[in-house]
Design a protein around this ligand. Structure first.
Ligand SMILES: Cc1cc2nc3c(=O)[nH]c(=O)nc-3n(C[C@H](O)[C@H](O)[C@H](O)COP(=O)(O)OP(=O)(O)OC[C@H]3O[C@@H](n4cnc5c(N)ncnc54)[C@H](O)[C@@H]3O)c2cc1C
Length: 284
């Protein structure tokens, strides 16, 4: 099937893109890497009358170290994240996660901001952004506003972005020297969306983990943090008994939802498998 007819514009600056968006209202769609949107247009799941191509807007580009945080522009591609030395040094969780996103050809075009804005609960970046306490920088008709990842992902493919908003960039606190991380996803084949995945960070002192953030993805309508499991682990010696209690808490606090090929029970089981592996890895 082919997409329905639409107009196409490519503004050079953010204010121009915002006014085009405000003018066209819900009839418009932003296009970044097009790796999700083009498929939805071709399947006629979405029929916008105008596409606003944001890929020439410089404010949306680049990765920069600004004091104690990293600024990642919305247009930064998955490949740029995978290859960036700044990311490897200051946000190693993202470096570990990037190769799991589809295949290199898709990663060369798909963007950090496009993935966050789309809000797919099976995607890697929304989960990582939650784990890393990311702040979303959004521009809309009323100017700039900042929203934490905790408040950004609302429901299935639903974020707090309004139709006339543009996600411009994000800010991520840089990793401290005692921070450890774990990223793993269970997928049928490399490059497939995960059946279940975990993006975790913590601070490590000996066998004790603190400041734990464990986010599971591809298990619910949004990425979900296992806050009770985090509370169990925070500040305690990680031993088999603690791991068993954390696994049990994570399995009961997260209500997994089935997808077309995997049952809720299978996902619930995998939540525990991932957490057990993650805790052992982080204290090793
Ligand atoms: C075969 C295949 C396999 C894939 N596998 C995976 C996978 O394993 N994991 C994964 O995470 N993703 C996967 N993807 C999706 C891919 O990562 C996309 O690149 C990503 O989801 C969307 O980024 P994009 O830049 O292509 O966005 P687009 O397709 O251009 O846009 C997606 C949506 O976000 C909106 N949008 C884009 N940028 C902004 C912005 N700055 N502000 C506000 N709204 C914006 C658009 O209007 C649109 O609604 C796969 C895609 C394909 C085709």
């Amino acid at each position: 099937m082919k997409a329905a007819a639409f107009d196409y514009v490519k503004p050079k600056a953010l204010p121009e893109a915002l006014s085009l968006l405000a003018e066209a209202g819900e009839d418009a769609r932003l296009i970044a890497g097009g790796q999700t949107l083009l498929a939805t247009l071709n399947m006629r799941l979405s029929e916008p009358s105008i596409l606003i191509d944001i890929t020439d807007i410089s404010e949306l580009k680049g990765i920069a170290l600004l004091g104690d945080h990293l600024r990642i522009g919305a247009l930064v591609t998955h490949t740029e994240i995978e290859d960036s030395e700044l990311i490897a040094k200051h946000a190693p969780l993202l470096k570990a996660a990037a190769p799991h996103i589809a295949h290199r050809a898709i990663r060369n075009l798909g963007t950090w901001g496009g993935s966050l804005a789309y809000g797919d609960p099976a995607a890697e970046w929304p989960a990582c952004s939650l784990t890393l306490d990311t702040v979303m920088i959004i521009h809309g008709p009323a100017g700039e506003r900042r929203i934490s990842a905790q408040d950004f992902f609302i429901d299935l493919y639903t974020t707090s972005l309004e139709p006339d908003d543009i996600l411009v960039a994000t800010e991520i606190p840089i990793a401290s020297s005692n921070q450890v991380f774990y990223f793993h996803e269970l997928a049928r084949r490399h490059g497939d969306y995960a059946v279940a995945g975990l993006a975790a960070v913590a601070k490590k002192q000996g066998d004790v983990l603190t400041d734990c953030a464990f986010t599971f993805f591809s298990v619910g309508a949004t990425p979900v943090m296992a806050s009770q499991a985090q509370d169990i682990v925070n500040g305690q010696v990680v031993n088999p008994d603690l791991i068993a209690r954390a696994v049990s808490a994570a399995r009961s606090e997260i209500e997994a939802i089935a997808d077309i090929t995997n049952s809720a029970e299978a996902k619930q089981h995998l939540i525990g498998v991932l957490l057990e592996r993650g805790l052992k890895h982080m204290v090793a």
